[in-house]
Design a protein around this ligand. Structure first.
Ligand code: IMP
Ligand code: MG
Length: 227
């Protein structure tokens, strides 16, 4: 197992911006071609599956190191459905295969986008959070955009579910989408990739309820979407 010399949330907060020009593997090139072939050429590969998987391994390592340093006895993941389902499950497996701390997986549903490409301005949270009373919860979310979902979820967990602490782990951070009123939700402890203000799909994220299953993340070049 790797050591924790780079432990702590600080190591995980370094965002990575991935350009198509940064692709290295033959498999990345295959995914680039596959992305362009889907949906009449409006997709372009933003982050390949190999980059995603490598980053999830790093995040798992950082989480283990930080949780051990905090003397937590288990890693309690709250996976936000639907978008974080693949990310959350892979992260749980990576943490578990490192073998040092037991992992508990919980799920909640949060929806703000509905069936459209723009946030509805509301966020619906559904799920039983009784099991999180007194727990140190790591919320696992697909993307931080306006900040509304995570702002509401964090308040909900602390005030209604009475979690002992809440840290946040997102696969993607889209700082260009952030709304001023959700800026003060505190630090985002773990960020996979920081991306530009484009609409993305794949890796769990949907475009009109499709393409969640793609193992890579694409930018969606749809003129009807003004992100
Ligand atoms: P926020 O509440 O505006 O931060 O948005 C969070 C939710 O909006 C995420 O959990 C996603 O479900 C959805 N979302 C935001 N940006 C995108 C995107 O580019 N593609 C797909 N879904 C997105
Ligand atoms: Mg989501």
């Amino acid at each position: 197992m790797r050591t924790c010399s780079q432990s702590g949330p600080g190591a995980a907060r370094t965002p990575v911006l991935v350009h198509a020009g940064g692709l290295i593997h033959a498999r990345d090139r295959e995914e680039q071609v596959r992305a362009q072939a889907i949906s009449s050429g409006i997709f372009s590969l933003l982050i390949s599956s190999s980059h995603i998987n490598k980053r999830i391994t790093e995040l798992a390592h950082n989480i283990i190191c930080t949780e051990r340093a905090r003397r937590h006895e288990e890693i309690c993941l709250l996976i936000v459905l639907k978008g974080a389902v693949f990310f959350g499950c892979r992260l749980a497996r990576e943490i578990s295969s490192a073998g040092s701390l037991p992992v508990a997986m919980h799920f909640i549903s949060a929806a703000s986008y509905g069936n459209q490409a723009h946030s509805s301005g509301r966020c619906r949270i559904a799920g039983n959070l009784n099991a999180l009373h007194g727990k140190d919860v790591i919320v696992v979310e697909d993307i931080l955009d306006s900040g509304r979902t995570l702002y509401k979820l964090k308040n909900h967990l602390l005030k209604k579910a009475h979690a002992a602490s809440v840290t946040i782990c997102v696969l993607l951070d889209k700082p260009g989408g952030r709304k001023a009123r959700f800026q003060n939700m505190g630090r985002i402890d773990y960020i996979g990739f920081r991306i530009p203000a484009v609409f993305v799909a794949g890796g769990g994220l949907d475009y009109f309820d499709q393409f969640r299953e793609l193992p890579f993340i694409v930018a969606v070049h749809d003129k009807a979407l003004c992100v």
